[in-house]
Structures are given as structure tokens and as C-alpha cells.
Design a protein around this ligand. Structure first.
Ligand SMILES: Nc1ncnc2c1ncn2[C@@H]1O[C@H](COP(=O)(O)OP(=O)(O)OP(=O)(O)O)[C@@H](O)[C@H]1O
Ligand SMILES: [Mg+2]
Length: 261
């Protein structure tokens, strides 16, 4: 089976009547790792919310197509079932639902009836992945994200990623709040996913993460658009020089959404 393709064309998204995304174009294929960088408040998390179908984010123009299927026509659960996955910048806590139960139902919700993962297989897989991510086995029976430290939440997002095995994943600031060891562990988990059937969009502020996960493409977002794309060297240059040179090159004064001159 060949990898999936997610094509985003001229995407405009409004939140509460205010336009945040103003024509995003992006294509992610199976086997590719893309990084999106960009200053605060330029629309990166809005892009991920719109792809996953967050009800607050209204698509007013443009398209999102996964393997020829119109993602905008799909409900949130259908998007997940179609192979999309989002690790959120701020994962939510769900009291009363254990991490293991949540994971198992997430996996089964993406499978056909009668094809559910067996409990034995699930536990075996989960143990293996938790071990790889250096997670305390007790985490499986704790309520989802409740009282998890910042780093534990991020590790847990990667555990979900590895267990769910989506076609295209969006990882929103998966490196924020991680200590150096956790950063290495999380990167190891993401790198394990590499393969022709998996495409990934990594939203990050820091080249540091990209030292461990080499992106094939790097994009810069400003004013609700992808304003520049390149290879890994682009992230390196941003680390060294910041964003001013891009702003100068493109004649942008204020890079945030809604402030364009
Ligand atoms: N639900 C919302 N309600 C109101 N405004 C929103 C909402 N979501 C996003 N915005 C606004 O849209 C703009 C872009 O926000 P977004 O979270 O996409 O930025 P970002 O690029 O992810 O920033 P950061 O790097 O700080 O995470 C901001 O001005 C933000 O306040
Ligand atoms: Mg964000």
C-alpha cells in the first residue's frame, strides 16, 4: 500500500468571525516529514484545529483533501478514521477514563466492527511502546492526562501516535516543556514511525527538535499563510538569524494574524 496524500489548498479559516488563516497551501505525502515554524500567533495551531475539524474553526474558502476524499465533509471521528491524527499543543484531561481504555477505544474506533484489537495484543503493544518511550507502567491505569506533568503529557501523545498508527499526523509543539532526555525519547518515538505510509507535520519553535528529527521540508507561517518553504537548512537559518530577514524579504511589518499592513 502506498502512503497517503493530504493536500491543503487556499485554506481560509475564521474563528468567531475573524479570519485567521488566509490562504494556506501545503501538501504532505506518506514518507515525508514537514516542519512548520513561525512566530507566535501566526496561525499554526489554527491550521491543525481546522484539519481535525474543531467546531470553532470555520473554513470559509479552500479545500483539504486526503487521498481524494474531501476532509471538510467529514465529521471529527470520520477524519480520525480516515487516518488523520493530531497531538495537541495543550492535551485535555479526561477524568474517569484511564489512559489504557482511552487508547484502546481510540484504536478500535478507527477499525471496522468485528476487527477490534484483542486485549492481549493491545497490552503487548502498549507495554512495548511505553517501554520505548521510557514511561512508567503505572501511567496506563491513570486517568487520561489528569495530573500528568507537561513532559508526561507529551510522551503520552506520542504513545497515542504509535499505538494508533495514523496515515498523517500533526504534532503541535510536541517539544514544548520537554527536558533534554524527554526530547530525545519523544524524537525516538516519532522517528520509529518513519516509513512510506506515514506523513507528519511537526509544528515547532525550535531547531533543537529538528536536530533529532530531520524534516524533509520546512515551512514558515506568518499572517495566516505559509510564506516560505525550504529544506532543513531553512530551520537552521531561523535558529541563527530569527525571522527578521524573512520579514524584510517579504515586506512584512507585523507577522501576527490580523495586523497586516
Ligand atoms: N478559539 C479562538 N478564539 C479566538 N481567537 C483565536 C482562537 N484560536 C486562535 N485564535 C487567534 O488566532 C491567532 C492565531 O492563533 P494560533 O493559536 O493559530 O497561533 P500559533 O501560530 O499556533 O501561535 P503559538 O506559536 O503561540 O502557538 C491568534 O491571534 C489567536 O488569538
Ligand atoms: Mg500554537
Amino acid at each position: 500500500m502506498a502512503g497517503s496524500t493530504l493536500v491543503i489548498k487556499d485554506l481560509h479559516v475564521s474563528v468567531e468571525g475573524k479570519e485567521i488563516l488566509k490562504g494556506v497551501n501545503l501538501e504532505i505525502n506518506g514518507g515525508e516529514f514537514h516542519a512548520i515554524m513561525g512566530p507566535n500567533g501566526t496561525g499554526k495551531s489554527t491550521l491543525s484545529a481546522a484539519i481535525m475539524g474543531h467546531p470553532k474553526y470555520e473554513v470559509t474558502q479552500g479545500s483539504i483533501i486526503l487521498d481524494g476524499e474531501d476532509v471538510l465533509e467529514m465529521e471529527v471521528d470520520e477524519r480520525a478514521k480516515a487516518g488523520l491524527f493530531l497531538a495537541m499543543q495543550y492535551p485535555s484531561e479526561i477524568a474517569g477514563v484511564t489512559n489504557a481504555d482511552f487508547l484502546r477505544s481510540s484504536i478500535n474506533a478507527r477499525r471496522e466492527e468485528g476487527d477490534e484489537i484483542s486485549l492481549m495484543k493491545f497490552i503487548r503493544e502498549m507495554d512495548k511502546k511505553m517501554d520505548l518511550l521510557d514511561m512508567d507502567p503505572d501511567m496506563a491505569q491513570r486517568y487520561l492526562n489528569e495530573g500528568f506533568s507537561g513532559g508526561e503529557k507529551k510522551r503520552n501523545e506520542i504513545l497515542q501516535l504509535m499505538m494508533i498508527n495514523p496515515k498523517i499526523a500533526i504534532l503541535d509543539e510536541i517539544d514544548s516543556g520537554l527536558d533534554i532526555d524527554a526530547l530525545k525519547v519523544v524524537s525516538k518515538g516519532i522517528n520509529e514511525m518513519r516509513g512510506s505510509e506515514f506523513g507528519c507535520l511537526i509544528i515547532t519553535h525550535y531547531q533543537r527538535l529538528l536536530n533529532y528529527i530531520t524534516p524533509d521540508f520546512v515551512h514558515v507561517m506568518m499572517q495566516g499563510k505559509v510564506v516560505k518553504s525550504g529544506g532543513p537548512e531553512l530551520a537552521q537559518r531561523l535558529e541563527n538569524e530569527g525571522y527578521d530577514w524573512i520579514k524584510a524579504e517579504l515586506g512584512i511589518e507585523d507577522e501576527t494574524v490580523g495586523q497586516e499592513a
